[in-house]
Write a protein that binds this ligand. Structure first.
Ligand code: GRF
Length: 206
């Protein structure tokens, strides 16, 4: 089973997936991250891929005028690998509808909030500012509407009174590293799928 990872930054989720899933066997299926792609040439995640001997490439948007043009370049790259799953892990570009339509039910994303709360960015500070007592992270299928695809799995963390956004993000990231590999394994072993925009696990609507 082949995974392509899209990222824009540090890549701690990529590293976690490399450590836990890359070149492992699950139900006698071999799992491999076949490529790591980024929109940022300086994304440390690309270095992590290199260190792991995984093919990697920066698809830079400089000089590319339209979203559709960028997405066409990105999908051209992805399609060389014919992945079973596209894992977005801190990919900070909005993907066009026709890009997403090319991979229906085959893209997962991890978003640092308890969706449907706090779609978009700066989620930790927003939760603190709202005076929430808890926060968390969601793995969801990627659909045309940003951060709105069917949620697969969530994890919750407490918000403490003296929390900074950074401290809270750190607490959330620990949970990210627990739940993302689980969701990916469920998908690659055929237990998890998206049907009529619902997430199904072993036939149960999540
Ligand atoms: C995480 O906070 C994740 O929730 C969000 O972007 C960040 C990625 O972190 N999608 P990393 O690059 O995987 O360390």
């Amino acid at each position: 089973k082949k995974i392509v990872v899209l990222l824009s930054g540090n890549g701690s989720n990529l590293q976690n997936i490399i450590d836990k899933l890359h070149n492992t066997t699950l139900n006698n299926q071999h799992i491999e991250i076949v490529a790591v792609l980024s929109n940022k040439a300086d994304a440390y995640g690309l270095q992590r891929a290199q260190n792991a001997g995984i093919k990697h490439k920066a698809i830079i948007s400089k000089g590319i005028s339209s979203r559709e043009q960028y997405d066409a370049l990105l999908s051209q790259e992805i399609d060389q690998y014919q992945p079973d799953l596209i894992v977005m892990a801190g990919f900070m570009r909005i993907l066009s509808a026709q890009f997403i339509d090319k991979y229906p039910g085959k893209m997962l994303n991890i978003h640092p909030s308890l969706l449907p709360k706090y779609q978009g960015t700066n989620t930790h500070q927003r939760a603190i500012d709202a005076g929430d007592s808890e926060h968390g992270v969601s793995v969801h299928f990627v659909t045309e509407e940003l951060d709105s695809g069917a949620t697969v799995i969530q994890a919750k963390v407490p918000i403490f009174s003296e929390d900074s956004a950074e401290k809270l993000a750190e607490r959330v990231l620990t949970q990210e590293h627990l739940i993302y590999p689980l969701a990916i394994q469920w998908f690659l072993s055929g237990r998890l799928s998206m049907v009529n925009s619902h997430a199904l696990l072993d036939g149960l609507i999540l």
